[in-house]
Design a protein around this ligand. Structure first.
Ligand code: ARG
Length: 420
């Protein structure tokens, strides 16, 4: 997989709260065709002590069964119109799909517990849809009991109205309602597709709602089902704390998605607000200092903020910063720092792109053994390697100018000191 350190970082993060690790939505198609990978990924989580909350669908199987029994059905805005007859079959199918997951997990000694119908209190808001429930209240006590006894709750998307009428609930809506109630670190959608793909069929690794949403929604290569899902994810992220995230992946890749920085799937975050500042107040100085010291693992010189005219990019989550100065009207990037716990979210990329969009000519240096140099080599127009430093640049094509910049960069005094 990846380095042990990376895995440990995520394990620590996900273990920090018993109930709030993750709500995982298992798409209906996964139960039909990928149950084995699902069970082995979940078994791994269980073995390392993480207890996700599982919600599953069953739509494809239900349609299949209705066809078989020659029961007519239809959809309105992606929601299944549920007659009494459809509801009876739905109950049968959801119970059956639920049992498939629960028994497969039990076979692997995972203490999985079924929940069907009794945690969602619903109203019927749109009678055109028949017996379809809109969730008014989610009772999480049963879920918490199961988790505190070391179990994994497996929830079917069904509920009851006040009059004790069983109702069908859209699986994604049940997932969102649960997420709002639990406020998990992660919400994960497991599908057989395993992510959002662009027009060339490449997996989109990161989506920041703030920067990417409008653009994505206007693309004709993004099919309507995925647009609907993104719309719902956006609503969900609006109501969760800003460090929560949604991952879309497939069962086989779940643990790589969870335990590595790069992941394997699509990670959706609310996005990053990045401020540009030309001077800092005391509090902001402290924030930037702590970002720099934590990501470079050294001590910042105490006259750092006094020397020279600097510009600062600072993420509103206070976890990343870029500091620039000018040398003869060309931008010198003096620091680029993302704290360790924020890596893998696309925050560094968002900072970089913001800075890049505001400067045409940039140069910077980096210690030769810094792991970020591979990224720098990708994005720069050229670089010059010395023993201690590598100097990179973008947009500087005048040779004299370039020589002067390289000379300037090499001669910069160190502003971070390291013990021994
Ligand atoms: N492991 C981290 C998480 O689950 C980062 C995942 C990054 N994934 C991605 N598709 N970019 O939050």
């Amino acid at each position: 997989m990846s380095s042990e350190k990376e895995i440990r970082k995520y394990l620590d993060r996900f273990s920090s709260d018993d109930y709030r690790f993750a709500v995982i939505k298992v798409g209906g198609a996964v139960i039909q065709s990928d149950l084995e990978n699902l069970v082995s990924s979940l078994t791994f989580l269980n073995e390392v002590g993480l207890r996700p909350i599982i919600v599953h669908g069953g739509g494809p199987k239900l349609s299949e069964e209705l066809h078989k029994r020659k029961i007519e059905f239809s959809f309105v805005n992606g929601q299944r119109v549920t007659t009494k007859e459809v509801l009876e079959v739905a109950f049968e199918i959801f119970s059956g799909e639920n049992k498939k997951i629960v028994s497969a997990l039990k076979d692997k000694e995972v203490h999985a517990m079924p929940i069907i119908g009794d945690i969602f209190d619903c109203d019927i808001e749109n009678s055109e849809l028949g017996l379809v429930g809109d969730i008014k209240n989610t009772d999480s006590s049963k879920i918490k009991d199961i988790i505190s006894s070391g179990g994994i709750p497996v929830i079917a998307p069904m509920g009851y109205t006040k009059d004790n009428q069983l109702v069908n609930i859209n699986g994604d809506k049940a997932t969102l309602a649960l997420a709002k109630e639990i406020i998990p670190d992660k919400v994960i959608f497991l599908s057989d597709v395993g992510g959002v793909f662009d027009g060339n069929d490449n997996l989109i690794s990161n989506i920041n709602i703030k920067d990417d949403y409008e653009n994505l929604m206007s693309q004709d290569w993004l099919h309507s089902g995925m647009k609907l899902k993104l719309q719902q994810i956006k609503l969900l992220l609006d109501s969760l704390p800003s460090n929560s995230s949604v991952s879309i992946t497939k069962p086989l890749h779940l643990n790589r998605e969870l335990f590595t920085d790069a992941g394997f799937g699509t990670l959706v975050k609310a996005g990053h607000q990045i401020d540009k500042l030309t001077s800092l107040n005391k509090k902001q100085e402290e924030t930037v200092t702590s970002i720099l010291e934590s990501s470079f693992k050294g001590t910042l010189n105490n006259d750092y903020f006094k020397n020279g005219l600097k510009e600062f990019y600072l993420s509103s989550c206070n976890r990343a910063s870029i500091v620039t100065t000018k040398h003869k009207n060309i931008t010198y990037m003096d620091k680029f720092a993302v704290i360790n716990s924020a890596r893998g979210e696309g925050l560094g990329n968002a900072m970089w792109n913001r800075m890049l969009s505001e400067h045409n000519k940039i140069f910077w240096r980096s210690r030769s053994r810094n792991a970020i140099n591979n990224f720098y080599k990708d994005v720069c127009d050229g670089f010059q390697k010395y023993d201690e430093w590598s100097i990179f640049w973008i947009g500087i094509d005048d040779l004299d100018q370039l020589t002067a910049c390289i000379d300037f960069a090499v001669k910069q005094p160190a502003t971070i000191s390291y013990e021994n």
